[in-house]
Each structure stands twice: as C-alpha cells, then as structure tokens.
Design a protein around this ligand. Structure first.
Ligand SMILES: Nc1nc2c(ncn2[C@@H]2O[C@H](COP(=O)(O)OP(=O)(O)OP(=O)(O)O)[C@@H](O)[C@H]2O)c(=O)[nH]1
Ligand SMILES: [Mg+2]
Length: 459
C-alpha cells in the first residue's frame, strides 16, 4: 500500500539533488530518530550522536550489515525544532554518482527510513506550522524558477508578503462577520452608520482581491515563460534569426523556400525573462500535405503566442499576405530582414530593419525584443508595474481568489438588496474560507495531498 503524507511518524529519506553524475549529491533525511538511524551507518558514530544542531560531521558512510565502506561523506545534523521539517534531520553530502547515491539510499531504507513522497519534507514543515501553504508553494516555485523574474516573484512570496496580504483581507472579512453576527444577536442596535461602514469594508476587500486576481496572468507568465513565435513567408530568414537567438545552428537554413516543415523550439533567456522561442514553417498555401500541415501548426502557435516576430525578406518586399498579417496582428514586431544586402528595399514605416546574418548588430535587436517583452508583461499585468507588487502565479491560488471574490460580490448584492443578514454572513464566510484555503489554514487533506504531490522529490 502506498504511504500517505499523513503517516508522519515514519522517518523519510530522499535524494535532494538531481539524479545523475555530479561533484556532490545531497541525501536528505528527517524523522524523530533520524540522527540515531544515520549514526548506525556512520564511521564516526558517537560524533554524530553528540553533534549539536547545524553541525557538520566528517566520516564514512558504511553498510552496517556488512561493514562495507560506501563513500566519504559530510553529515549535517539538524535538531528539532530547528530544521526544515521541525523534526530531527541529517543531510548527507556524498559524491554525486548514481552508484553511490543508490547504495546510500538502500542502506538508509534498510535501517527503517521510507522513501519520501514528492514534497513530503515541505508537507511536514507545513503541518508543523513552520510555513503556510503559500510559502510552501513558493519554495517549490523557487526550485522551478527559470529566470530572474520568476526567482524574484517566488522569493517575494516566500518572504511572506503574499501571506500577509491574504491575512489582511481575511481579517477584514472575519471582523465584518463578527460585527454582523453581533447584530444578528442584538438586532435592536442596528444603526445607519454601521451599514455604510460594512459596505465600505466589503468594497475594500473586493478591491484588494481584484489587484491580486489581476496579477495572475502576468505572474504566471513571469513564472512559466513567454511564448515567442517567429513567423513569416518561406525564405524570409526565420530559421536564421532563430539560430541567432539560440546561439547555435539549431535550425536548418537554406535558400530553398519551405525548408522548415515542422516547428522547432528552444528555451532561452532574453533579459530577465524565460522564453520558449519557436521557429515555424513559412506561411503560404501549399498543395504539399506535409508543408500544409506545417503551416497549420504555425498558425495554431501564432494564436497562442505572447509575442510574434514577423519577418519579411526585404529584397522580395511586401505582398498582400504580409500586409494582411500586419493588420491582423498589430502587436507583432514587424521585421525587415536581409538589410545587409544592397538589393534590400528601404524598410516601410513601422518595420524594423535587421540582418539575421549579422551577429554583431544582434545585441541591439535583442534590446528591442526585451522592451517588447517588458511592455507585454506590463499590459498583461494590468494592475501595475511596480517591482514591489505582489504577484500570484499559481492556478490554484487564482481560482480560490476568484471564488472568494464571487462570494463577496454575492454578499454585497444580498446586503444592498436588503436580504437577511444571515444570508450576507453566509457569503462572507464562504469568501473568508476560500482565502483560508489558499494559505492552508482550512485546507482539506486531499487538497494538501494534491498541492504537495506536484513538488520535487527531496523537497
Ligand atoms: N544576406 C542575408 N541572407 C539571409 C538573411 N537571413 C536569411 N538569409 C538567407 O535566406 C535564406 C533563407 O533563410 P532561412 O533562415 O532558411 O529562412 P526561413 O524563413 O527559415 O525559410 P523557410 O524555413 O523555408 O520558411 C538562406 O539562404 C539564408 O542564408 C540575412 O539577413 N541576410
Ligand atoms: Mg526555416
């Protein structure tokens, strides 16, 4: 039977660093008797048992069943409650080969450790009250951060800024609920100034919720990266530009129109953003089934693109399809390629001249793309551009915020329509509970399991 997150008495162990070869690997353990269990497999046994919290102990990791030495390691000891999970813990730093790590884990399992579930260390930290759910999710986001913007936002959430904001909103609702309940108990005290104050509080809470809800598309984008699609007619130089961004000859470039049939992608950093850059098949109507399918795929990618780079061969000039495309996608960056050739026509207004063959001028062009990504991030994020702004990036959190906002709007509606105060109170309670679920204060077991199971092993 698979273990459950709620089986919290079992000592757990897992590799916390990526599998594969590396200079060092970290095997993480936690549990009430973790130090004693690891000490059984440690050459310097007494030193480990006597170690204080945060102390590193040098020694050999041994298989106690045979006495065989497995690796030379450093064991880092944590003593409850001053550890990540709040329990006793030992982190074993070994050499990073799969063979070493596998043996160490096998020996630990033989001593009574169970393989940790995904995110089980974080789950235990959460249950011990070491962190709330938002901050636990931020730790996971930090381990996935693929660019500076994602790291920045996740760290801000980890520092508790979002939890504090949510706490403020929830407090507003809970205080209001207490007021309304008092009124339900002593109806004769009701006064007009009370009523306008209640309305004010509900509007204030909704405004605060809406700022967070609106930060989601931008926050998600900063976390997950931008989809940037290079498009244009065949032979415009799309693959050449793609290769410049990728800084390698990834895509095949040839003078033959229709070279790229299927799209290809690469993950790159542009400025502070993570970008999934896609090179597509040239847009034209074709009788060839494979090419036609390539064009259909290009179009479907264009529909989802955050930023489009549309290329035209400046020697061939504009045709009706290019004009149509530019009119249909006013937000696309319009690029007039092959500017290095003397036959290249002057770039029409609104088009940026460039050469996908010229590495030296590429930096300048890259800055234009960075500006476009920044302005796109700003518009997607409607609520503002302050670096200090708190953003959310989790679909779960966004969904619950919307749920809370809906319940609050129902409370407002009921109140202004003169419905019974008990109905108003019911909706406000729903709104407060949705916020409580975000921070994990009132989350159901299966919600917690779902959240933590998306975390890395060893986290
Ligand atoms: N001189 C010059 N030639 C270029 C430039 N960009 C691309 N080319 C040439 O134009 C031809 C087509 O380039 P590709 O990058 O394959 O064009 P593409 O848009 O990917 O073409 P398809 O995959 O067929 O749609 C190749 O011979 C390139 O070397 C440029 O800026 N200057
Ligand atoms: Mg191509």
């Amino acid at each position: 039977m698979p273990r459950s997150y709620f089986d919290r008495n079992t000592p757990i162990a897992a590799l916390a660093t990526p599998e594969g070869r590396s200079a060092l690997a970290v095997v993480r353990t936690a549990g009430a008797n973790a130090i004693e269990l690891v000490a059984r497999c440690f050459s310097n046994r007494q030193a480990l048992l006597d170690a204080q919290g945060y102390q590193a102990v040098y020694g050999w990791f041994i298989d106690p069943s045979s006495g065989e030495y497995i690796d030379e390691v450093i064991a880092l000891v944590f003593r409850a409650p001053h550890s990540f999970t709040g329990e006793n813990a030992v982190e074993i730093m070994s050499h990073g080969s799969p063979a070493v790590v596998e043996r160490i884990l096998d020996v630990l399992y033989a001593q009574g450790f169970s393989p940790a579930l995904h995110g089980e260390f974080s789950f235990r930290a959460f249950v011990q009250g070491k962190t709330d759910l938002v901050r636990a999710e931020a730790i996971n986001e930090l381990t996935h951060a693929s660019c500076e913007a994602a790291r920045h936002d996740a760290l801000q959430r980890l520092s508790g800024a979002l939890s504090r904001k949510l706490g403020e909103i929830r407090d507003l609702m809970v205080d209001l609920l207490a007021d309304i309940n008092a009124k339900l108990d002593y109806p004769e005290d009701e006064g007009p100034e009370e009523s306008s104050r209640w309305l004010e509080i509900m509007h204030h809470a909704r405004d605060a919720l809406s700022v967070l809800i609106q930060s989601y598309p931008g926050g998600r984008l900063r976390q997950e990266g931008f989809l940037v699609v290079i498009a244009g007619r065949p032979n415009a130089g799309k693959s050449s530009l793609f290769n410049l961004f990728a800084r390698e000859e990834r895509a095949i470039v040839s003078p033959e129109p229709g070279t790229t049939r299927d799209w290809i992608e690469t993950w790159i950093s542009i400025g502070e953003f993570a970008v999934r850059l896609v090179d597509t098949a040239g847009l034209r109507s074709s009788q060839n089934m494979i090419e036609a399918e390539g064009v259909r795929r290009s179009q479907s990618l264009l529909e989802r693109a955050d930023v489009i780079l549309y290329l035209v061969d400046g020697v061939a000039g504009l045709n009706d399809e290019d004009r149509e495309f530019a009119a249909k996608h006013p937000e696309a960056l319009l690029l007039w390629n092959k500017a290095d050739l003397s036959r290249c026509l002057p770039a029409p207004e609104g088009w940026i001249a460039l050469s996908a063959k010229d590495v030296r001028s590429f930096g300048e062009f890259e800055n234009i793309v960075i500006d476009r990504l920044r302005s796109y991030a700003r518009t997607t994020q409607k609520a503002g551009t302050l670096e200090r702004q708190i953003r959310i990036a989790s679909e779960r959190q966004a969904g619950l915020l919307k749920q809370s906002d809906l319940a609050l709007s129902q409370a407002l509606e009921a109140y202004t329509a003169g419905a019974g105060l008990d109905l108003v109170a019911l909706h406000i309670r729903e709104a407060a509970e949705a916020i409580g679920e975000i921070t994990g204060d009132i989350a159901a077991d299966e919600v917690l399991e779902r959240v933590f199971s998306t975390f890395c092993l060893g986290k």
